[in-house]
Ligand binder design. Structure first.
Ligand code: SF4
Length: 327
């Protein structure tokens, strides 16, 4: 199993026949994610470091993962230190960087270096890409059924898209699961909630956010980052695919995508999720300046259900959105 700290060109691991594991997915689906954070804190991680970073560390040790691809540019400012701590534990780490300027040459070189490390040719990677594109297209259909036909919950939309980062370690099995889900979703009765929401920012550490919103009469019809993991754009080649992918680059291209989808999906309001102690919290001020729809900034710290204060804030936000909606 090869772990990675955020989305990487998955095609390379598939071509190499190495089972991929997005450490974030392993962490948040662990029966005891809080325990993984505590293990990291016992090892010496400070309290004021993001829960995801500590969770990733605990996950690598708990699963005995010996090799980790660490995205050192384009994701998290803490990854380099995480990589060094993992090295100390004897874990082999392989750096991968998304160039901030989206240089095609630099990204192509990074992809080539990673391919060389795993001993795969461009032709093998292209073959893996074709296989993954078929699976991703089915996940795009789940996304369309969410906003266009209203047949998929915000949580299912989140889960299927977030899992495209590692295809649950086995693309063929994941594809079968998607096929089964699609068969059921295509014929079920549509949701009829009164409010449509967009969720933007990193995926939530809060475990019951989506069902809680639905209990309150609002459904998420756009999960920004999760949709990006599913590679939503048609592109000519692998390098272009990872250049269009917005998450590792500047906030402005993310906002172009968000604005387009808010209009297309007829979104009433936006939840901007920010993680405690994450540098990305600073971007909230840009998001607020740019977006023209109401925004609730929601902060999460550790894995667990929605706390009472956040629930009250969400209820107030949804009441305000309902009052704004034409009858
Ligand atoms: S939430 Fe922010 S600080 Fe935490 S791992 Fe992600 S990018 Fe890093």
């Amino acid at each position: 199993m090869v772990g990675f700290t955020t989305t990487i060109p998955l095609e390379i691991l598939i071509a190499a026949g190495r089972p991929p594991a997005d450490l974030n997915n392993l962490f948040i689906t662990d029966p005891d994610p809080q325990g993984l954070i505590e293990e990291a804190e016992i090892a010496g991680f400070p309290r004021n470091i993001c829960g995801w970073i500590k969770g990733l560390y605990g996950t690598v040790l708990r699963h005995g993962i010996g090799e980790v691809i660490a995205v050192t540019e384009g994701d998290c400012s803490n990854t380099q230190a995480l990589m060094e701590v993992l090295c100390l534990q004897g874990v082999k780490t392989i750096p991968f960087a998304y160039p901030y300027d989206r240089s095609r040459e630099t990204l192509a070189l990074e992809i080539r270096k990673l391919s060389d490390h795993f001993g795969v040719s461009a032709a093998q990677v292209a073959e893996a890409r074709a296989q993954l594109e078929r699976v991703r297209a089915k996940v795009h259909e789940i996304d369309r059924l969410t906003w266009d036909e209203n047949r998929v919950s915000g949580e299912d939309n989140h889960l299927f898209q977030v899992c495209t980062s590692d295809m649950k370690g086995d693309p063929a099995a994941f594809e079968r699961e998607i096929d089964e889900f699609l068969r059921a979703a295509q014929t079920r009765a549509p949701f009829s909630e009164s409010l449509r929401l967009a969720y933007i920012g990193v995926p939530p550490i809060i475990t019951n956010l989506y069902p809680s919103l639905e209990e309150m009469g609002a459904r998420v019809v756009f999960n920004e980052t999760q949709r990006q993991f599913s590679m939503p754009y048609a592109t000519a080649d692998l390098v272009e695919q990872y250049r269009r992918y917005t998450y590792p680059y500047d906030v402005f291209s993310r906002l172009d995508d968000i604005e387009e989808q808010i209009a297309l999906r007829r979104v009433d309001g936006v939840i901007h999720y920010v993680q405690s102690f994450c540098f990305r919290q600073i971007e909230d001020l840009i998001v607020r300046k740019r977006l023209k729809v109401p925004i609730l900034t929601l902060e999460g710290d550790r894995p667990g259900p929605l706390d009472a204060r956040s629930r009250i804030r969400i209820e107030g936000f949804l009441e305000m959105l309902k009052a704004r909606k034409p009858c």
